[in-house]
Ligand binder design. Structure first.
Ligand SMILES: [Zn+2]
Length: 264
């Protein structure tokens, strides 16, 4: 499932079309990705409008068009964004194609867990998440402590996966963060000491910033010292001292950690 860094990579794929007008819209209106959206209005409003701006917040992306038009995109499990030449012929999984005179902007999603939402209005739609971005100043020590307090009985691994608190953090990032902060994934949120809280916040910022920079740019790999490379390997080891990693399901998700670095 795409996480923050991958979402950032895909968001940028449409940059090529910035400033240009949409001249045609092709979409598969009956596909699940358009659930709850008025596809007729989407088509009528977007044709003739200009693509002006895009932002990603956590796993959500918002694309702005002139004439107070907005498209929200969520990649789900298998969604991708790309551009092609204007004369490209769309395939069966290309559920939304915005054609410009030089470029075609494409949303593809074979498994249909993604979502396309159309919105009209001067302001961004209400569903646009209000959680602070991890890179922003609002993602402060106070903010993290308050959020953990609201979920004090949950294991910290599960809390890191809550999108209304840690937007964009997914399963591999959560494991990477906890390994760097040296916190056992099953630790209750309320049981974290002050130094652990600040280590958690630092690691969250580091993994999202570096993840965005490395993966978000060209989908290249983080350095070999990252836990991510060992997570799914049979016989994966802690990058620090090569000890075999522990595995369990925590908060409903497969979790990998090092019992030496992250003692209970
Ligand atoms: Zn270790």
């Amino acid at each position: 499932m795409p996480e923050l860094a991958e979402v950032e990579y895909y968001r940028k794929q449409w940059d090529e079309g910035l400033g240009a007008k949409i001249v045609a819209v092709e979409l598969h209106a009956r596909k699940r990705v358009f659930r709850g959206s008025n596809t007729r209005a989407l088509r009528e409003q977007l044709i003739g409008s200009r693509f002006t701006e895009s932002t990603a917040r956590g796993k959500q992306m918002l694309f702005r068009f002139s004439g107070a038009n907005w498209l929200g995109l969520h990649l789900g499990m298998s969604g991708t964004l790309r551009t092609e030449r204007a004369d490209f012929t769309s395939g069966k999984h290309d559920h939304l194609v915005l054609r410009q005179t030089k470029t075609a902007l494409i949303f593809r999603d074979p498994r249909l867990f993604g979502r396309v939402r159309f919105h009209r209005g001067e302001a961004a739609p209400a569903w646009w998440s209000t959680a602070p971005e991890i890179a922003s100043d609002d993602f402060s020590g106070r903010y993290v402590a308050d959020f953990l307090k609201r979920h004090s009985r949950a294991p910290i691994k599960a809390v890191l996966l809550l999108q209304n608190g840690f937007p964009g953090v997914g399963n591999w990032m959560a494991d990477e963060i906890l390994w760097r902060a040296r916190i056992a994934p099953e630790t209750r949120a309320a049981a974290l000491s002050l130094p652990q809280l600040s280590a958690l916040r630092r690691a969250t910022r580091f993994v999202s910033r570096e993840g965005m920079r490395i993966i978000g740019n060209d989908f290249s790999d983080p350095p070999p010292s990252w836990l991510i490379h060992q997570r799914w390997k049979t016989g994966g080891v802690c990058p620090r001292h090569k000890r075999p990693l522990a595995r369990a399901t925590i908060g409903g998700r497969t979790t990998t950690w090092c019992e030496k670095c992250q003692p209970k």
